[in-house]
Design a protein around this ligand. Structure first.
Ligand SMILES: Cc1cc2nc3c(=O)[nH]c(=O)nc-3n(C[C@H](O)[C@H](O)[C@H](O)COP(=O)(O)O)c2cc1C
Length: 196
C-alpha cells in the first residue's frame, strides 16, 4: 500500500470529477489516498456564477484545503489536476505549485512519483500545454514523471497526463471512456509506485 495525494483546482466541477475518479479508484485498489483542493479564495463567489459550477459546489467545499507543498512530503506519489486557463494551469494551481519553494532547495519531493490531469473547454484548447506546465514543475522538484502510455484503453490521451474537454459551457461531464482511461493509467503506474 502506498500513500498517495490527489490535489486539484476546480470551479465548474469537471477537474474535481477527474480528481474524485483518481481517488476512488486508488482507494478501491487499497491505497491510502488523500483528496485535497487547493486554496481558492474566490471559490465561494465564482462557483455561484454558472449553472455548471453550482452542481458540485457543496461537495467541493466539504473537501480539505491543502495550503502548501510542505504538507505533501509524507506521500509517495502526487497526482495534480488543473483546469486549463489560457493554455496554462489556473492561477490557484500555480500559487499552490509556487508554495513548494520552501522545500525545493532541500529537494524534499525528490524521487516521489508524479502524474497530472487537466480539463479544458476545447479538446484543442491547450490542456496539453497546461499538463506540460505541471510536468515541468514536477521536474523542478526532482519528481519521477508517470507519463501516459498509448495502450491504456478508453478515450485517447496525450503522454503528459489524462485530459477531458468540457465544452463551451463547461457542462459536458466526463464519460465512461475517460474513467476507463484513468483506470487503465492507474493500473499501469501503480506497480512502479509500489516499488518505492
Ligand atoms: C479564465 C479561463 C480561461 C480559460 N482558458 C481556456 C483555454 O485556454 N482553453 C480551453 O480549452 N478552455 C479554457 N477555459 C475553459 C476551462 O478550461 C474549462 O471550462 C474547464 O473544464 C474548467 O474546469 P472546472 O470545471 O474544473 O472548473 C478557460 C476558462 C476560464 C474561466
Amino acid at each position: 500500500m502506498s500513500k498517495i495525494a490527489v490535489v486539484f483546482h476546480s470551479v465548474c466541477g469537471n477537474t474535481y470529477l477527474m480528481a474524485k475518479a483518481y481517488a476512488d479508484y486508488l482507494k478501491e485498489k487499497g491505497e491510502e489516498v488523500s483528496l485535497f483542493r487547493v486554496k481558492d479564495e474566490a471559490f465561494e463567489e465564482t462557483s455561484l456564477k454558472f449553472d455548471s459550477s453550482r452542481v458540485y459546489r457543496e461537495e467541493i467545499l466539504k473537501l480539505p484545503v491543502i495550503s502548501c507543498g510542505k504538507d505533501l512530503t509524507g506521500y509517495d506519489a502526487l497526482f495534480l489536476g488543473s483546469p486549463t486557463y489560457y493554455g496554462c494551469v489556473s492561477a490557484q494551481m500555480k500559487a499552490f505549485m509556487d508554495s513548494f519553494c520552501d522545500i525545493w532547495v532541500e529537494a524534499l519531493m525528490s524521487g516521489k512519483y508524479f502524474g497530472c490531469f487537466a480539463t479544458s473547454g476545447d479538446l484543442y484548447g491547450g490542456s496539453e500545454l497546461c499538463m506540460q506546465g505541471m510536468n515541468t514543475f514536477a521536474q523542478h522538484m526532482g519528481m519521477i514523471l508517470l507519463s501516459v502510455p498509448c495502450n491504456i484503453g478508453g478515450a485517447p490521451q496525450p503522454a503528459y497526463g489524462i485530459t477531458h474537454a468540457t465544452g463551451p459551457m463547461s457542462d459536458q461531464r466526463m464519460q465512461d471512456d475517460t474513467v476507463k482511461a484513468i483506470h487503465g493509467y492507474l493500473d499501469y503506474v501503480l506497480p512502479a509506485i509500489h516499488q518505492k
